[in-house]
Design a protein around this ligand. Sequence first.
Ligand code: CO8
Length: 257
Amino acid sequence: MQSFTKVSFPHDGVALLSIGTEDGLNPLSIAGIKEIVDCLDRLSEQPEVRVVVLTGGERALAAGADISEMENLSLMEMKLKNQFRDWDRMAWFPKPLLAAVRGYALGGGFELALLCDMIFADPKATFGFPECKLGLMPGAGGTQRLARKIGAGKALSLLWTGDSVKAEEGFQLGFVDRVAQEGECLNETIDFAKRLAQGAPLAIRAIKEAVWHGLDIPLLAGMEMERNLFYQLFSSEDSREGMSAFREKRAPRFTGR
Ligand code: CO8
């Protein structure tokens, strides 16, 4: 069977995880999601990989869950498949995960983009949650992540109507982080990833944890978590290196220790 995922290394420290095909709609089967998670698990264990860019093809990141796989499943069959365990594992990926969306990101495809740390989008990228039109709703975090990013009312409007929006509107709403020049989305995302790959890996991870975990907890608990992460970085070699390099007016050489 042809693999749903492909990993390449366009630059030192940057892994590109591509799903589906360039011109496909790339529906997300349960096995496809498992493949993505297995890839991310492997990439999380490779110290030379500092940042991951997730992309699909020109036509779609993914047009949602594979409807042909879902349509005949009973409630109990769906529950027993326990697919959201894989989605939850994806959200624990500790390194920066950047989505480069060039075409459709619908339903589960939109959820996949939303669980990345940042969304870069081509102007023609199209985002939406059509589940309601199928008598369904998002199940892999879509209602939660979108509402946290853009507020309940705007999220409800997209979720209830199933209307899709292009990148620029997604940017105005607040869930697209960068709209790329036409045709340059992948390059621009990789360029940003290159910058992160040169940064201090432990600090970058700690910042990711502080921001995402912090959004789920009260402010004072978040401040305490931030402080603990800040203290921990003082035991890293990279913090010594970063501060010495600053004093010596040279570029730092971070090793991730
Ligand atoms: N699953 C299975 N097949 C699909 C899907 C899909 N999500 N999307 C499109 N296809 C198939 C079509 O059935 C069609 O097949 P065929 O050629 O055999 O008729 C083929 O792909 C091409 O599709 P279109 O002819 O419709 O292509 P267009 O270019 O005209 O339109 C669209 C492209 C706009 C993307 C359109 O196909 C569309 O609206 N697709 C459905 C999108 C949708 O409803 N997505 C939500 C799915 S539900 C979901 O994601 C729930 C998530 C729950 C948790 C996550 C679990 C993974």
